[in-house]
Design a protein around this ligand. Sequence first.
Ligand code: ADP
Length: 636
Amino acid sequence: MAKKQFKAESKRVLDLMINSIYTHKEIFLREIISNASDAIDKLCYLSLTDENVPYKRDDYMIKIFVDEDMRTITVRDNGIGMDEADMEKNLGVIAQSGSLKFKSENEDLDANDTNIIGQFGVGFYSAFMVADEVTVRSHKYGAETGAKWVSTGTDGYTITPCPEKTDVGTEVIMHIKEDTDGENYSTFLDKYTIRDLVRKYSDYIRWPIAMDIEDYEFVESEELDENGKPKYEYKCEMKETVMNTMVPIWERSKSEVTDEECKEYYQKMFYDPNEPISVIRVDAEGSVTYKAMLFIPSVPSPDFYSRDFKPGLKLYSNGVMIMEYCADILPDCFRFVRGIVDSPDLSLNISREVLQHDRQLKVISNNLTKKVKGELKKLMESDRKKYEEFYKAFGYQLKYSTVSAVADMREQVRDLLLFQTGPDRMCSLQEYVDNMPESQEKIYYVCADNLKLAMAMPQTEVVKQKGYEVFYLTDPVDEFVFQALDAQDGKPFQNVSKGDLDLVSEEEKQETEQAAEEGKDLLDFIKETLGDQVVDVRLSTTLVSHPVCLNSQGTVTLEMERYFRSIPGDDGSIRAARVLEINPRHPLYAKLQEAFATDKDRCADMARVLYAQASLIAGMPLDDPAEYTELVCNLL
Ligand code: ADP
């Protein structure tokens, strides 16, 4: 039988496994057991609707055999099994498991990149960390005959029929490598090591994981001691022993399971090396009975912000997994939440379509959504530092969902948003409102590329002078969020670089109006000079120490223009209508007036320079930077 070659990317991962210097090689067992457990889940699920499945619920078992002389460890399951085609598809290419696929596509793996092994687990191939030959013998449920897959590593694999494998299920036989100077592989041929590894990594697997282990008992012997009493002796018997506790962690009562255990469970179950920021446990009885254990991660998985990420909770009914990623329980804004839901009320034979209309699931969904929101709100109020860390990781997801979402979701998220109002202050919308002086009627915000630019925006000066806070929005999505949310607690949002801020006294207003009337010819002249770069030139009521600023008029703001500009392929057709505002109280205005009276060319040059400066401080690029530098040189 000719050897087949692994697909290129599989070969790379395989290389990584074989040459791995990863110190926790022991995780191979967890991976192989986890595959066995998945396979049993699948057959068990099938048996709900197919009475020909040969096993009953209590028959399912994962059994481990260790043969020291042959140097083999065998993991046998009575799960769904694989036929030749499945072996080709599943074992010939690297697992499609999202994270690793993402990793291997985007980065060159090298033998030292051990992080991904720990982080994601790498499934079946991890066997090659400890084995120099792996044989898989399997009989798929419903197939006529068995199949065998053998590989000694990167040189390829063979698949052949295996009529000897008659019972449904799979066995993975790993031939353990010889010891080397640095590596004691033989330790995996010790049954007690294996038992400890099962307890350490696979305790919560819901199917029994058994091994024949010597059982020593202290028993009475037939011999008598000098006092005529029976002597005691050790009796050794081989006993099939179940090594894992099997009770899923979420089924154990809250008082019985420590926070540490929950966190550890999360890290193992969801392959996250980081501790979750929160664990939410729900044990509900009433109209719908269910148990849930949800985790809020502290760090997004590497694929979280990519299309490969699969959101959703694991759905169980009476201990049988019915869906691995059920995305219909939590709304999209909470798609980062991981966890499980187990409810005997859910119909087992459920499809995605049915699920969406399932009444019970709706109840669960509403409750859990409330819980997640409540948990985050609590964290925000009780441990701000931790919340801000969480927000750094997932704030973008929250903000994004207010823009894309239906109104209902928007309201879920509103209270959880934070924006900066200073270098060291992140503030929620409600906190901002609570902090408003009585005279303040609007919520002010300004958008810029970064905090420094935002804080330096001339338009913010008058607001700050009043003692009002300003939201400095630096994420491109922020302005869309503010538009989507519209107002907070009846207080409308006001972009300081748009429209009249209405912050000055009647008297000041009149003064500016009068100045505008007197300076009408000058303003018209500037507008004419700047041509279609601006739609208007006005005197400002709000500028304090700055000579000019750039505002916008109409729906498209400068920030939106900047956002669209940043999208690759943008043709520049979305442009904000610009208004140049000039500060009549600034000495430069007097200079402009003077030039207008004596030297129109110089006045025009000054207008162009001031317009360019207003653009720069607003974070907008100059249409003609060369012209600008030349103008500045001339004026100097
Ligand atoms: P993953 O489990 O992340 O999908 P693996 O590399 O561990 O990736 O396994 C690849 C695939 O091989 C599995 O998805 C499954 O279809 C199949 N497989 C592995 N072990 C077994 C088994 N014991 N029984 C049935 N199928 C298996």
